[in-house]
Unconditional design. Structure first.
Length: 93
C-alpha cells in the first residue's frame, strides 16, 4: 500500500473527501517527524511506539574495492508494534 492507496482507504472508511484524508495523513506524518526530530517518542496505545534510537559507529566494507571504511554513529527512527497490532498481524485465518 502506498500513500495514495492509504488516502483512498482512509477516505472510504471515514466518509471524508480524499483531500481532507490526505491533509490528515500529511499532518500525522509531519507531527511524528517533528517529535522525533526533537528526540521525543510518540506512543499510540494499541498501535505502537515511534522513538529515536542510536546506531553506534562501526567498520564496514566498500563492496567495490573491499577496503575497510568507518561508518559514523547516527540517530535512527525506530518503530515497535504494540500488542494489539502484533496480535492482529499474527492472527491466523
Amino acid at each position: 500500500m502506498n500513500k495514495q492507496d492509504l488516502v483512498s482507504a482512509m477516505s472510504k472508511k471515514s466518509g471524508l473527501p480524499k483531500k481532507v484524508s490526505e491533509f490528515a495523513i500529511n499532518s500525522f506524518v509531519e507531527s511524528i517527524s517533528d517529535a522525533l526530530a526533537k528526540g521525543e517518542s510518540v506512543q499510540l496505545i494499541g498501535f505502537g511506539t515511534f522513538k529515536v534510537g542510536k546506531r553506534n559507529a562501526r567498520k564496514g566494507r566498500n563492496p567495490q574495492t573491499g577496503k575497510e571504511i568507518k561508518i559514523a554513529a547516527k540517530k535512527v527512527a525506530q518503530f515497535k508494534a504494540g500488542k494489539a497490532l502484533s496480535e492482529k498481524v499474527n492472527k491466523k485465518k
